[in-house]
Each structure stands twice: as structure tokens, then as C-alpha cells.
Design a protein around this ligand. Structure first.
Ligand SMILES: [Fe+2]
Ligand SMILES: [Fe+2]
Length: 428
């Protein structure tokens, strides 16, 4: 062991032991066995459950501090220190070597931080909170706890691991402090339940917190894999971008504005926008020559292209988290009047996401033009939507789109009359 580390560890042990002796002497007579044992068991369980959940979710949130908050109030500083030191002992896996000086260091740090914080709490409570709920004094106590605990750990990391990048103390605190605010509020809830409703209720709240945490995390993880899947398929589309030329991404952008205009819920909008990004994924199965052809398509070629909705659906249908949204892909070429494909369903039978997509998809065709027809002007596009509302498009959605266009949302994309005139000449 390095000499510097030896000196530092001895210093921490010594300070911690001195505080232990002083507090022991002062508070030994003040002792509530039931509270001590109860909170000690809770912190041991919570600590080991946290580890279990953390290893599953890779989120490092510690519930130690929230459980210590009620302890600041109901126990004296000596016993707060003791339960913090013992309760945070972690199960050492068989393949991990037990290192006695690390073990002792951790116990000393927890004892020192928790007992000092509890002392501070006792001192500042009458000044800051008086007889009311101890919000401010708890805040002061956890700040002290946080500072002592993390400064001591920061120093030991920097002394013992030469190879590690020496990150600044400020950065280190900034990262860790994100959990501090959550811990504070969770701790206040636990304290209120402990004081007002007793130990059973307190335990129920802890169990509830674990469930909520897990629930939120699995939702978060699901959203992440959703985005990852979409991004991967986007790459596939990009690799064939010679015919789409960013079509899907533009449609997704229009969808974003349209969903906003229609006041759809955020969750629903996000799903429609994500699907919009890959709505023509089925075109990867359509022959390149047909997609690139600038001639009028034959009947057979046109029916091949129409298959892309079905292909897209088939391609993605086995991915569970996309499953509920795939009808948007399948039906994005259906028409309000029933004249679309693949099934010719009409009106409300067409999922709303698909109706939105149909409008945005057509907007892109009108703005950019196709090999057989030039782009349209803003005025023409408005006219086209008015004409097709209730026929090709859901009249309500078409109305919202017209509003958006009139408000100038897509002005950057519209080509001027002169530019289009030039294009028309080259088409003829
Ligand atoms: Fe399409
Ligand atoms: Fe499309």
C-alpha cells in the first residue's frame, strides 16, 4: 500500500474513532432499542435491494440517505452513525476479495458523515424550523452528509488510483448531486410517514418506491430500444436514399408540426413521428429500377410499388414494441373515401396515425415533385388540400394542415413560382 494512502486512511480512522468515543460518551444513555433495530434492518435491506436493482438496471441510486433522514430525527447522532456504518455493509461476492482496510474505511466514512450530519441537525433544528416540520434542518444535515462522505471518498480515489483521470472535485460533486435532490424529497416523504403513520406504513412507502423506480426505468428502457430500432431502420433507408432523398425524414418533420397543431398527446405524437421516419421501409423490397424510373409506370410496376405498405408491415411485425403502431405503416396509403390501398378501408376505420401520415406524405410529394411532375406552389398546395379534403384526406386533418401551411410553417420548403416555371420547362 502506498505511504500516502496509509497516512490518509489512518487519519480517517482516527477522526472517526474519536467522534465515536465522544458521541458514545455523550449519548449512550439516550437509547431507543426498537427504533435502532428497526431502522438498522431497513437500511440493510434497502442497501442490498438497491444493489440488486442497480445491477439489473445499471442506475446508481442509493436509498441509504433517504432512510437515514428519519433516523436524524428519531435517533441521536451516535446511533445514526452506527446504523449508517453497519447498515451499509454490502454483501461481498465470492469472486471479490475482501479488503479489510477498505471495509474499515467505508465504515468510518459512513459513521463520520452520518453522525456529524445528525449533530448538525440537532444544532440547527431549533433555529431553522422550530416546532414545524424540519425541512430546512434536514436539508442542512444531508448537505453535510453529502460533503463529508463524498470528499473523503474523492480523496481516497485520487490517492489510490494513479492511473485514473483526476477529475475535478467540482465535476465529481456535480454528477453525484443529481441524486441528492431526489434523496431529499424521498427522505422527507419517508420521515413524514414514519412520524405520522408508523413503521408499517413507512415500509409500504419504501416498497412502493422500489416498484415505481423499476416501473419508470423499464419504460425508459423501452423508449430507448424503440428509438434504437427506428434509428437502425433509418440507416437501412438511408442506404437506399437515392430514391427517397430524405423523403421519410421530411415527412416525419411535417408530422411533428401537424401532431402539434392537432394537440395530440406527447406519447402518441412521438410514436407517430417515429413511425413516419420509417413509413416507406417496405420500399427496400421494391425493385430499384421501378423506384427510379422516370417513365410512366406500367400497371404491374405500379402494383409492385403498392406492395411496400404490406412489405413494411411484414418486416417489422415481429418486433414487439413496434407492434401496436404498425397499422400506421400498413394503412398510410388508404384514402378517406375508401379508394386507397392495401385494403380500401375508409373514414374513421383508418387509424389516425395513418391519416396524419397520408396528409404529410402527400405534402412532401407536392413540395418536392416527382420525376413525372414538378413541385407545386404554396397556393396550389392549399388548393389541392381543400379539394381533396373528405375525398383523399380526413377533412379535419386536411384543415389542420392548411392552417399550418397558411401560418407559414413550411415556407422554407416551398419553391417560388419562377423556379417552378423553370422546372416545368425542363419536364416538358
Ligand atoms: Fe408510402
Ligand atoms: Fe412516403
Amino acid at each position: 500500500m502506498d505511504k500516502k494512502l496509509k497516512i490518509y486512511l489512518s487519519f480517517v480512522y482516527l477522526i472517526s474513532f474519536s467522534i465515536f468515543i465522544i458521541l458514545n460518551y455523550k449519548y449512550i444513555s439516550e437509547f431507543n432499542l426498537i427504533n435502532v433495530i428497526f431502522l438498522l434492518i431497513v437500511i440493510i435491506l434497502v442497501n442490498n435491494f438497491s444493489m440488486f436493482f442497480n445491477s439489473m438496471t445499471e442506475i446508481t441510486t442509493s436509498m441509504n440517505l433517504p432512510v437515514l433522514i428519519p433516523a436524524f430525527v428519531v435517533l441521536n447522532p451516535f446511533w445514526v452513525g452506527i446504523i449508517a456504518a453497519i447498515g451499509t455493509i454490502e454483501y461481498t461476492a465470492k469472486n471479490m476479495k475482501f479488503v479489510w482496510y477498505k471495509f474499515l474505511f467505508n465504515r468510518s466514512v459512513f459513521f463520520l458523515a452520518a453522525s456529524t450530519a445528525a449533530l448538525i441537525f440537532r444544532v440547527v433544528r431549533p433555529i431553522l424550523d422550530g416546532d414545524s416540520f424540519p425541512m430546512l434542518s434536514i436539508l442542512s444535515a444531508i448537505l453535510i452528509y453529502f460533503l463529508i462522505n463524498n470528499t473523503l471518498v474523492y480523496i481516497v480515489i485520487n490517492i489510490s488510483r494513479e492511473d485514473v483521470n483526476k477529475f475535478s472535485l467540482l465535476n465529481y460533486f456535480r454528477e453525484l448531486s443529481k441524486n441528492l435532490i431526489t434523496s431529499y424529497f424521498i427522505g422527507l416523504i419517508l420521515l413524514a410517514s414514519y412520524i405520522n403513520f408508523g413503521k408499517v406504513f413507512f415500509l409500504l412507502i419504501i416498497v412502493l418506491l422500489f416498484i415505481i423506480k423499476d416501473f419508470f426505468y423499464s419504460r425508459l428502457q423501452q423508449m430507448n430500444s424503440y428509438t434504437q430500432i427506428i434509428e437502425s431502420f433509418l440507416k437501412v433507408i438511408d442506404s437506399k436514399d437515392h430514391y427517397t432523398e430524405g423523403h421519410c425524414e421530411r415527412v416525419a418533420e411535417y408530422t411533428y408540426h401537424l401532431c402539434g397543431e392537432m394537440n395530440l398527446s406527447r406519447a402518441k405524437s412521438e410514436r407517430i413521428i417515429s413511425i413516419a421516419k420509417i413509413h416507406d421501409i417496405g420500399k427496400i423490397y421494391v425493385d430499384d429500377d421501378i423506384l427510379r424510373s422516370s417513365n410512366k409506370l406500367t400497371k404491374q410496376e405500379y402494383s409492385d410499388i403498392k406492395e411496400h405498405t404490406q412489405y413494411g408491415y411484414e418486416l417489422l411485425k415481429d418486433i414487439d414494441i413496434l407492434n401496436n403502431d404498425l397499422d400506421i405503416i400498413l394503412y398510410h396509403h388508404e384514402r378517406w373515401d375508401g379508394g386507397g390501398y392495401p385494403e380500401g378501408i375508409k373514414g374513421d376505420k383508418i387509424p389516425v396515425g395513418a391519416r396524419i401520415l397520408a396528409v404529410c406524405d402527400s405534402l412532401d410529394v407536392m413540395i418536392t415533385g416527382r420525376s413525372y411532375k414538378p413541385p407545386m406552389t404554396k397556393e396550389d398546395i392549399i388548393e389541392e388540400f381543400e379539394k381533396c379534403a373528405g375525398k383523399q384526406f380526413d377533412p379535419e386533418i386536411a384543415k389542420e394542415m392548411i392552417k399550418l401551411i397558411k401560418k407559414g410553417f413550411f415556407d422554407d420548403s416551398f419553391k417560388s413560382k419562377e423556379k417552378i416555371r423553370e422546372m416545368e420547362l425542363s419536364y416538358s
